[in-house]
Design a protein around this ligand. Structure first.
Ligand code: HEM
Ligand code: HEM
Length: 187
């Protein structure tokens, strides 16, 4: 039977769809972001910036809906047997990941306005700029955007390593991997 909502041992199908689609999108955002960082100005770069902005607003929208689902509708799996230290660290990393994936798109939007560009939510709805163009502040905002993205990359690398540690090294004895996996394979 398909479990749409979470159970004691699973986050549920809806949360898994949010989790894995967001993971894919973030790989894309970081890959395009790092490429932009190393690219000379060109029509190709402008094209990449366009897709980067589109997917960045998609990340933001998905995270908002995911958090509404998580805290207003879903039930959460239990962290039985895990040590308090494990629980605290994983909750802290999850919290910081959420903070960054909310703040980076907002900051990217403000940065785009400082650079004189427009931002369309999901490529459709124009967000009215709340800040004037400013070519002095723009390079500083770009630096903040870059270093926040690097921090996000560091944190989600840590998160992936922890997930792989559970899956491969300790054979998922606490069922942490299984909670977010689509297939309930034996590990
Ligand atoms: C979680 C989502 C995002 C990540 C991880 C991310 C990451 C990055 C990174 C690493 C760069 C390269 C910065 C540099 O050149 O030093 C970049 C560039 C850029 N980002 Fe984002 N970004 C995200 C969301 C957004 C959003 C939502 C917008 C605006 C709607 C945006 C607008 C831009 C623009 C315009 C640039 C190019 C700036 C330039 O080269 O002049 N980003 N992004
Ligand atoms: C290949 C990449 C990834 C793998 C293998 C992975 C693996 C996992 C696993 C196994 C869990 C369950 C942990 C638990 O129940 O305590 C989980 C939960 C979670 N993951 Fe990931 N993850 C990946 C990418 C990401 C990314 C990029 C983010 C960034 C937002 C993220 C954010 C979260 C959050 C916030 C949770 C807690 C559950 C929730 O709030 O929905 N993950 N991840």
């Amino acid at each position: 039977m398909i479990e749409f909502k979470g159970t004691k041992t699973s986050w549920g199908l809806i949360a898994k769809l949010f989790h894995w689609s967001l993971a894919l999108l973030l790989f894309w955002q970081v890959a395009t972001g790092i490429s932009l960082h190393n690219m000379e100005f060109s029509p190709f770069k402008i094209g990449i910036i366009g897709t980067h902005k589109f997917f960045g607003t998609l990340v933001f929208s998905l995270v908002v809906v995911r958090l509404i689902w998580k805290y207003m509708f879903n039930t959460h799996p239990k962290y039985e047997n895990l040590t308090l230290f494990h629980k605290l660290v994983s909750n802290l990393v999850h919290f910081l990941l959420y903070v960054l994936v909310i703040l980076i798109p907002i900051q990217g939007t403000i940065m785009t306005w400082l650079g004189g560009g427009d931002v369309f939510l999901l490529g459709i709805i124009k967000i009215p700029p709340i800040i004037e163009m400013d070519f002095i502040l723009y390079p500083q905002a770009l630096k903040v955007h870059y270093y926040s993205a690097l921090t996000l990359t560091g944190l989600f690398s840590l998160h992936i390593l922890a997930a792989l540690y559970h899956r491969l090294l300790i054979k998922d004895k606490y069922g942490v991997w299984k909670r977010m996996a689509f297939r309930r394979q034996k590990v």
